[in-house]
Design a protein around this ligand. Structure first.
Ligand code: NAD
Ligand code: TDX
Length: 338
């Protein structure tokens, strides 16, 4: 078990990465943190403004081999969050997903191999495909890969590169596959922030299809505490699944959001379903709990959600600049009220 003193965080201006950096500088003030982020549409440097004087920010691409080599050389650990992360965008244009998620990960792996730097790879439960609603099994680290979308297949490809670099080249890497995150600083394209900001704007929440799809929700701070535990105590070469027993269908989540605003639970619209829409994700986090002793701190989804609703109410200046363009993109992708 060891605590790296110089950490390179990729994608630190995105949702999970920014929350990770906030947590790291708060809990481990002696750590030297460098963020590498391309500031795509999903990156927002304002997410790091409150801690800007405690980190070094580098604006650049994870597929830029020279830049990456330079940053990795002087790090003790790389925690890799940067990705194209949105399924709907991957259906509209898959190329950036292949480039960033696969070529970008390859570029980082080659650099950590050259400089023998500890590497942690942040991934998703979507690599396992989906489950039937009544399947008693949940995903474990032994579940075969079976991704559905261009997004999840590009993440699966990147995970497999990591496994091969561990086995073939002895790279010191760990992988985590986490379920759906919610919390502050999440882009308004994603389900929960989209509906919260719709309600703030007087627009009805929009459920894809029947709204029976199930996601396994975890608060972003619980995800990030798990990632830090794995970086410090995880076994090299091991995959850990991160989840907090948070399964809910989308209709229930929308009901809770409406409830937080004092609105009727059925005050939403059904819209066009996502092509290939995964039915259900569910994580069995036994290994992480038993081997590394991690436990989620958010145990009541409605409390965590209410805090998140309050955050979006208090931080309109953070999300407002991307709201209109996000909604226009959904319309351009063919979304219609049914
Ligand atoms: P996000 O889209 O909010 O943030 C991604 C960040 O990466 C942005 O700041 C963006 O500017 C940056 N980025 C994109 N391409 C880049 C490039 N080529 N070079 C450098 N930076 C680049 O994503 P997120 O939701 O925070 O997800 C972070 C990671 O966690 C991803 O790897 C994702 O697959 C994984 N994950 C997300 C969830 C979830 O629920 N959001 C769940 C499990 C795993
Ligand atoms: O407006 C919406 N209405 C709706 O019903 C949106 C944006 C989504 N949905 C549904 C689709 C999903 O069933 O809500 C669910 C969640 O959708 P997203 O927020 O797009 O997340 P998902 O596709 O489940 O993927 C997320 O979790 C796993 C992240 O975006 C990924 O990066 C992560 O890997």
């Amino acid at each position: 078990s060891s605590t790296p003193s110089r950490v390179l965080v990729t994608g630190g201006a995105g949702f999970i990465g920014a929350n990770f950096v906030h947590q790291l500088v708060t809990d481990r003030p002696d750590t030297t943190v460098t963020v590498l982020d391309a500031l795509t549409y999903a990156g927002n440097s304002a997410s790091l403004t409150p801690i800007a004087d405690r980190i070094r920010f580098v604006h650049g691409d994870i597929a830029d081999a020279e830049l990456v080599d330079d940053l990795v050389r002087t790090a003790d650990a790389v925690v890799h969050f940067a990705a194209e992360s949105h399924n709907d965008n991957s259906l509209a244009d898959p190329w950036p997903f292949v480039q960033t998620n696969i070529v970008g990960t390859y570029t980082l792996l080659e650099a950590v191999r050259r400089h023998d730097v500890r590497y942690h790879h942040v991934s998703t439960d979507e690599v396992y495909g989906d489950l039937e609603l009544d399947d008693p099994q949940r995903f474990t680290e032994h579940t075969p890969y079976n991704p559905s979308s261009p997004y999840s297949s590009s993440k699966a490809g990147s995970d497999l590169l990591v496994r091969a670099w561990v086995r073939s080249f002895g790279v010191r890497a760990t992988i985590s596959n986490c379920s759906n995150n919610y919390g502050p600083y999440q882009h308004v394209e994603k389900f929960i922030p989209r509906q919260i900001t719709n309600v703030i704007d007087g627009v009805r929440p929009r459920l894809y299809g029947e709204g029976r799809n199930v996601r396994d929700w975890i608060h972003v701070d619980d995800h990030n505490r798990a990632v830090r535990t794995i970086v410090e105590q995880g076994r090299i070469g091991q995959t850990y699944l991160i989840g907090a027993d948070g399964e809910l269908d989308n209709r229930t989540v929308v009901g809770y959001i409406l409830e937080a605003f004092g609105r009727d639970a059925d005050d939403f619209d059904h819209v066009t379903d996502r092509p290939g829409h995964d039915l259900r994700y569910a994580i069995d986090p036994t290994l992480l709990r038993e081997e590394l002793g991690w436990q989620p701190q958010y145990r009541d989804f409605r409390d965590g959600l209410a805090q998140t609703v309050q955050w979006y109410r208090d931080n309109e200046s953070w999300w407002r600049p991307s709201k209109a363009a996000t909604e226009r993109a959904y319309t351009a992708q063919g979304e219609r009220v049914r």
